[in-house]
Write a protein that binds this ligand. Sequence first.
Ligand code: GDP
Length: 451
Amino acid sequence: MNTTVAAICTPQAAGGIAMIRISGPEAAAVAEKIFLPAGRKKISEMPGHTCAYGRVAALNGETLDDGVLTVFRAPKSYTGEDVVEITCHGGLYVSRRILREIIAAGAAPAGPGEFTKRAFLNGKLSLTQAEAVADIISAEGESALSSANMIRDGALFKAVKAMSQKLVEILSALAAWTDYPDEDIPETSPEEILTSLSAAERDLKRLADGYDAGMIFREGISCAIVGRPNVGKSTLMNSLLGYERSIVTSEAGTTRDVVEERLRIGDVILKISDTAGIREAVTEAERIGVRLAERAIDRAQLILAVFDGSEELSDDDKEILKKTDGLNRIVIINKSDLPQKLYKEYFSDKYILEVAAKSGAGVEKLKDAVYEMFGLSGAGGEIFANERQKACLDSAIGHIGEAISALRAGETLDAVTVCVDSAADDLLGLSGEKVTEAVVEDVFKRFCVGK
Ligand code: GDP
């Protein structure tokens, strides 16, 4: 990796300030050709972490802008290489023109994610951390950001490393057995290896469960609130909004009157679809019949089915129950402040809440129900960022499973070793300690140019 590359790191839009980064062994030499420090300092002699104010000029001497240049010396830079960053005025034309001159001065244009890829290849951050950088850039909402940040902090990397370490211990125990079968090695026996493998399998599965929770924290839960008119759906929504005071966005969806509203309970975003259907005044028949079918019930990961506790179950209510049967449903018996005609016993659901949406009484229990339903309660820490990581983990679980079966079936320890070896490789692939170039290329393809 000896080329010197450059790219505009700030967004491709007009703004107050733009930053162009040059990274590679020739970074200072390239910068010297287009940046003239006011104090006539020589850029190639500037120590790391120092700045110079000066004039940005084209190779033909024409002044383009003035700006600040910062020097970072390898390995103390984002990429681990020599880095020069030029901060200039934020016009699109100006920054692109400067980049052109930098390229004419000898740098190559940086590819997508090239700076972060170099940082990874130079050991500045793990692959999971690099992936988290991409996630932070695209993070939508607080919980997505915090899970990406957690990964960047290396929690996942550490958990995976600890797991790899355990597998290495198992491998060395296996090696002791296969290499010195005649020796009496008291510490290990097939039973003990089986115990260790089972423990490893359990831990890996726990990490995999964390992935599903992680996806929910990152992506939110799509949710449909259903119920016949006047049971209190809008009141419930308002109560939920008021309860956490955290509408994240309220934006029009793709179809004209399908609105998606986002509200937060705990650390999870509920994406409530078709709130237009809830809020609009339409005829009763329309609301229950056609619109119910139209609603995103089947696509929703969570159904909040609302009933009026002060009234007996009507035919419409029963229809709604039938339509949402078997889905991830929480039954909400509303208006608990009024004399009750509807009781929990009527429903066979696991999750039934009695609330008074109007006063907000009982609404807070929804969080516990959602957390329990989606297995979020103990989640956190080593959240998985993406499908690639999950695939590595699943493969490792598969290989450990094979090792356990092989051991139980009395196959040779060599066969067991091969399986455990593959599982260890899977984990090294997950953390990026052992990945093919193709995987690295694929990961960084997702990045934008300039990161
Ligand atoms: P929607 O048609 O299902 O959206 O129902 P609304 O939210 O518009 O509520 C219908 C009526 O029920 C309104 O008059 C609300 O004030 C009332 N309501 C909603 N929740 C409660 C509650 O918890 N207790 C009582 N007593 N009335 C409620």
